[in-house]
Design a protein around this ligand. Structure first.
Ligand code: H2U
Ligand code: ZN
Length: 349
């Protein structure tokens, strides 16, 4: 199969979720005319006395942050789920169903420095964030079935504060997206006797059409079934179930590929690239490893920008009513990401 032949309208199958996506490549055969607007200078201070995530400052709930020097984790003062879930006492039926949910939410500060972002942090500091993700996943995984680590970056993604931070929501139930991925990976494993995302990784290595960055331990691709214009999927080369299972070398490799990928993102439109990014690994909370061998750890990055720092893709109309659609193909998106410089635009002379 050669994806270069896919230049007519077609639908691509997302093997990981079972969803379909409409691709309309004929609409992009015109030359690229997207504006490349530069955003105003980034003049945030390294410390902001009014920021509720900066070291030493008071948060909305009245608690005070310690004078942390690397990373810092706290329980979200406005958590979406609470530890004391229980019987709802709700007598539902087939049409009116509700289940209780028990869980906890944490906020993780990546750095004490208010004006940094992940791609601008040192490899050592990024490794500190990776270790924190792994530690929190292991810790919350002892008592929760699903631990969702994520970062919302940029006001366009609804991020409330530019201080570099992410979140973790842990629940006793499996949310929609991981449930779909669990079912798809399991069915594939039963049918082929191999791991879906590792077979996919091998295909990407053979085809060399959608790879954006790679190193000895990791691969970053625009997946064949990408929905967001510059969506990427980050995969370890080895079969890894969960983030805490990553070895030292793999953590070092992850810091490296993450920094490179995010620099490419920032350079694409010369702006601090907004996205939602997060990790999926085998369910936790007592799931026996033998029952989750079909899983492969991975991260998704879903950036909303389409043509410039200020023109985003809207998921409206056909996507709300029918299915997701894109013009730019995954192959074209990967090509554009490969073509930008790998030195951050703020560091370029
Ligand atoms: P976002 O910027 O991704 O929305 O995350 C910030 C989170 O920080 C948000 O979930 C929490 C909000 O509830 N928060 C606190 O826990 N304490 C505060 O003092 C303000 C914000
Ligand atoms: Zn701050």
């Amino acid at each position: 199969m050669n994806t270069h032949d896919l230049n007519q309208p077609h639908r691509r199958y997302n093997a990981l979720t079972g969803d379909w996506i409409l691709v309309s490549p004929h609409r992009t055969q015109r030359p690229w005319q997207g504006q490349q607007e530069k955003q105003g200078g980034d003049d945030r201070p390294t410390y902001d006395p009014s920021c509720y995530l900066c070291p030493g400052n008071e948060r909305a709930g009245g608690e005070r942050n310690p004078d942390y020097t690397e990373t810092f984790v706290f329980t979200n003062d406005y958590a979406a789920v609470l530890p004391q879930g229980g019987d709802l006492g709700f007598a539902g039926n087939d049409l009116l169903r509700a289940d209780g949910v028990r869980g906890t939410c944490r906020v993780i500060c990546f750095s004490p420095q208010h004006n940094l972002t992940l791609p601008e942090m040192s490899l050592d500091a990024i490794r500190g964030v990776i270790n924190l993700w792994a530690r929190e996943t292991a810790d919350l995984g002892k008592t929760h079935r699903w631990v969702q680590v994520f970062e919302n970056k940029g006001p366009v993604m609804g991020c409330s504060n530019p201080h570099p931070h992410g979140q973790i929501w842990a629940t006793d139930s499996l949310p929609n997206e991981p449930a779909k991925e669990d079912a798809q990976q399991r069915a594939y494993y039963e049918k082929h006797g191999s791991v879906l995302l590792l077979d996919y990784l091998n295909l990407e290595c053979q085809q060399q059409e959608r790879i954006v960055e790679e190193n000895d331990h990791w691969l970053a691709v625009v997946p064949f079934w990408a929905v967001w214009p510059f969506e990427t999927l980050l995969l370890p080369r080895r079969h890894v179930l969960r983030m805490p299972d990553l070895q030292d070398q793999e953590r070092a490799g992850l810091a490296e590929i993450l920094k490179k990928l995010l620099i490419r993102y920032d350079n694409l439109f010369e702006c601090s690239f907004p996205y939602s990014m997060g990790w999926h690994g085998a369910p936790m909370g007592g799931a026996a490893d033998a029952d989750v061998q079909h899983w492969q750890l991975h991260a998704h990055a879903f950036p909303p920008l389409l043509r410039s720092a200020t023109v985003k893709k809207f998921m409206v109309g056909y996507e709300m009513l029918a299915e997701a659609q894109r013009d730019l193909t995954a192959e074209q998106a990967a090509d554009r990401l490969r073509q930008v410089a790998d030195i951050h635009y703020k560091q370029q002379a």
